[in-house]
Design a protein around this ligand. Structure first.
Ligand SMILES: C/C(=C\CNc1ncnc2c1ncn2[C@@H]1O[C@H](COP(=O)(O)O)[C@@H](O)[C@H]1O)CO
Length: 264
């Protein structure tokens, strides 16, 4: 725990029975049940507007919260402005070192790094740690954008640059803004959320020339098949939307797709 930690902001003053823990830039409140109360939770919490006292408190808190969100964007922009060509790697937080899935992530990070790309991940365990490890051991730039979660959270140790974010949506902006491609290895809800956010941004033309590569045909093909059989067949997507995704089997194929897209 650093002595340089910031004073809690007004919004961080713990309610009765809580203590504050610090994780880099993020301050985590621990309730009596030892559950962290995250900034995202505070932001999204519903308050009954018919309770005028609560409504006033929320209005004041949300006004200050805007400044905190703003400062998180500024910190991210400042820290990442010098990142050159980069690829963001998404994947499960749950794979363990030594497993085939973890080693796949290591290989992805290594190959991307050897191809000259900085590697950006969520900075946590599992596939994030694996991809950072591959990039770090290859001597490349290895960036981890961690997130405050309701349980204790550590940045993985294979980072040349690590940041803690309070807000998912701020962190997601950084994933896209500072990368020119996404590579996904197998993952769960978080990975799917990140994949579909990227797809939405490309599909709607918010970002251009942004390859999205999924590694692991056995894992990803059923999802793509469902998109073709249900979404396309039901006219919920267009045929060209399916072309936004490339499914491959190996890390090198993924790197080849990224390079072939001409992003640099
Ligand atoms: C559940 C575990 C750790 C959670 N820690 C995380 N740290 C950082 N980023 C995370 C974490 N969990 C999810 N993410 C983000 O979502 C993606 C992985 O989610 P999935 O549901 O596991 O697919 C990942 O890309 C992160 O950006 C283990 O103890």
């Amino acid at each position: 725990m650093s002595d340089l930690r910031p004073e809690p902001l007004e919004d961080d003053v713990p309610v009765d029975g809580t203590q504050v823990r610090y994780a880099g830039a993020a301050q985590l409140r621990v309730g009596e049940d030892q559950q962290y109360v995250t900034s995202d939770e505070n932001l999204l919490e519903w308050v009954d507007p018919r309770d005028s006292a609560l409504l006033l408190e929320r209005t004041v808190r949300d006004s200050w919260r805007v400044l905190r969100i703003q400062s998180e964007f500024v910190a991210g922009f400042d820290a990442l402005e010098k990142v050159t060509e980069a690829v963001t790697v998404f994947g499960t937080a749950r794979s363990v070192p030594g497993s085939a899935e973890y080693e796949l992530g290591v290989e992805v990070g290594r190959r991307l790094s050897e191809a000259g790309f900085a590697v950006i991940t969520g900075g946590g365990p599992g596939a994030m740690e694996a991809a950072n490890k591959g990039a770090f051991l290859a001597g490349g730039e290895s960036i981890g954008l961690n997130i405050e979660l309701p349980f204790e959270q550590h940045m993985n140790p294979y980072l040349t640059l690590g940041m803690n974010f309070r807000y998912f949506f701020v962190r997601k902006t950084m994933f896209v803004k500072y990368a020119q491609a996404f590579v996904c290895v197998p993952g769960g809800i978080g990975t799917l959320d990140e994949l579909f956010e990227a797809l939405t941004l490309v599909q709607t033309g918010k970002v251009k020339r942004f390859p999205i590569v999924l590694i692991g045909r056995d894992f990803w093909s059923p999802l793509v098949d469902w998109m073709r059989g249900t979404l396309l067949a039901g006219e919920k997507i267009s045929p060209e939307d399916l072309e936004l995704i490339t499914v491959v089997d190996t890390p090198q194929e993924a790197v080849d797709v990224v390079i072939a897209s001409g992003i640099r």
